[in-house]
Design a protein around this ligand. Structure first.
Ligand SMILES: Nc1ncnc2c1ncn2[C@@H]1O[C@H](COP(=O)(O)OP(=O)(O)O)[C@@H](O)[C@H]1O
Ligand SMILES: C[C@@](O)(CCOP(=O)(O)OP(=O)(O)O)CC(=O)O
Length: 493
């Protein structure tokens, strides 16, 4: 292949934060339309790899690949580079090693004959656009975001960028690892059509391991799984599957493929495809006050340990609300399929009143109204349990400032549910709104989306900036054509 471009989506953990660290509980993960792109092209010198991230200052990394004895391969960074990128370096190192094991030395040497030029780019949503909106004198509303050129330069170094929580490192690792595996023909293009193909599973296992290694810890892995398979109900793998590879010497002595092979049954993660109900829209906002996920996680897990049986019960009840939310949201897709007209009519009716006032008396299909009422009730129940978890563990999972903002959102007409994604904290919120079809002739400024946007734009107690992302219906990473992606060709040159 002369040019390989692979994209992978970002994620929002709508429900299941903390619980998903335990394989007993599922996480409800929505993958986003905002994606990370890796483009691989022929380089200019044998065995040399140049990786560029044109949205950042000092973000060119030069490597040379040294193929040693047997299946040993080393990727050495040039000492004259002004910065390092552990995630990129490890992705190259481990993926080359895996490819060498699968395809042999000659094949690798052949693909690297002219070296490789790799460009990495993330959609603007992965990094806060607040400063840019300010510079351009634009209000923080959705329509302003489309006035920022795609793949805009962040103006800073990678280490200084303000991330929005969409999982930049997981999407980056997934797009880079999958692009390398495809470019070296270690997985096939044809296999991508099948969500369950062993090639996609190999890409998952490799990306999951490399992401853990780069992060220096084994998280639940829901972010990599979303980048590989799309929106889903996720149950994690037992971390012991990669224990051997995570130790300092593990990766070099044994073969990577023995652990990363799709036929290795120790990869016991479970992925059930998920999608939000038709005629709804997920809205995301970046809130200007970051939280440190690892320190929140440490404290919550310590509290869980200390509380013993009481915490177990709490986990079970929250897990059951999370599952119920997922189930009722999925049931709405079936109700839509059964009677599209009744569904759309009900959406139009419900979008005119706050969820608290939804009732059957106002017409609309009873099962559809009931399912939306239940979605609202479960989402609010989850919020209240997450707040309780935070106060019992002594960490700001849904801190009072976020509670006030979310209460204002849920009180708007046509809002189904809202919350703090993932580990929670101060940095982001999600809101699910009804999005009536054009045929419902809802006036533009009466759409739930606009009510929520207005709340955000006028909120003064926190700085709330919308993200353009919506739910992605793509099932995971995909091969792209450069010219189909607005702005991509521009940053490659
Ligand atoms: N556009 C990019 N180009 C290259 N590397 C990136 C890019 N975005 C993120 N990364 C890598 O991901 C790391 C951030 O990882 P992490 O702090 O875990 O963030 P996140 O929570 O977004 O996953 C960066 O230090 C860098 O190595
Ligand atoms: C606590 C968690 O269950 C969820 C954290 O989700 P976030 O979406 O908050 O994560 P980051 O991308 O690391 O900021 C930890 C985990 O599942 O690994």
């Amino acid at each position: 292949m002369s040019e390989t471009v692979v994209s992978a989506s970002g994620k929002v953990l709508v429900a299941g934060g903390y619980l998903v660290l335990d394989p007993k509980y599922s996480g409800l993960v929505v993958s986003t339309s905002s994606r990370f792109y890796t483009c691989i092209r022929k380089g200019s010198a044998s065995q040399k790899i140049v990786v560029k991230s044109p949205q950042f200052q000092e973000a060119t990394w030069n490597y040379s690949v040294e193929v040693g004895e047997g299946e040993n391969v080393d990727v050495v960074q040039s000492s004259s580079d002004s910065s390092k990128n552990k995630f990129v370096h490890l992705a190259l190192q481990k993926t080359f090693r895996l490819v060498l094991e699968l395809k042999g030395r000659e094949h690798v040497a052949n693909v690297l004959r002219d070296g490789l030029d790799i460009t990495i780019a993330g959609d603007n949503d992965f990094y806060s656009q607040r400063a840019k909106l300010g510079e351009l004198g634009l209000k923080p509303i959705l329509s302003s975001l489309s006035k920022i050129p795609p793949f805009a330069h962040t103006g800073v170094k990678l280490s200084d960028v303000h991330k929005t929580g969409l999982g930049s490192s997981a999407a980056l690792i997934t797009s880079l690892v999958a692009a390398l595996l495809l470019h070296f023909n270690a997985i096939s293009v044809a296999s991508l059509d099948d969500l369950l193909s062993s090639d996609r599973q190999l890409a998952h296992n490799a990306a999951q391991f490399i992401h853990c290694l780069a992060q220096g810890k084994v998280g639940s892995g829901f972010d990599v799984s979303a980048a590989i398979f799309g929106s889903q109900l996720y149950r994690r793998f037992e971390p012991s599957v990669i224990d051997g590879l995570m130790s300092a010497t593990g990766g070099e002595s044994g073969k990577l493929i023995d652990t990363l092979s799709p036929s290795n049954k120790a990869w016991n993660y479970v992925v059930k495809p998920f999608q939000l109900p038709p005629c709804t829209r997920l809205m995301l906002a970046d809130v200007d006050a970051g939280s440190d996920t690892p320190s929140l996680v440490g404290k919550v897990l310590k509290w869980r340990q200390a509380e013993g049986e009481a915490a177990h019960l709490f986990w079970d009840q929250l897990g059951s609300s999370n599952d119920s939310l997922a189930k009722v949201l999925l049931s709405l897709t079936d109700l839509y399929a059964e009677d599209k007209a009744a569904y759309e009519e009900t959406i139009a009716i419900l979008s005119r009143a706050p969820a608290e006032q939804w009732s059957f008396s106002a017409n609309g299909s009873v099962p559809i109204v009931t399912a939306f009422q239940a979605s609202y009730a479960y989402a609010e129940d989850i919020r209240s349990r997450m707040r309780e978890m935070g106060s019992r563990a002594g960490v700001p999972i849904e801190p009072p400032e976020q509670t006030e903002l979310l209460n204002a959102c849920i009180a708007q007409p046509g809002v189904v549910g809202c919350g703090v994604p993932g580990a929670g904290g101060y940095d982001a919120i999600w809101v699910l709104v009804l999005d009536p079809p054009q045929s419902a002739q809802t006036k533009e400024d009466e759409r739930p989306l606009h009510h929520v946007e207005n709340v955000w734009a006028s909120w003064t107690k926190l700085d709330v900036s919308p993200l353009s992302a919506t739910e992605s219906f793509e099932k995971g990473f995909r091969l792209e054509k450069t010219d189909d992606i607005p702005g991509l060709r521009g940053i490659l040159s």
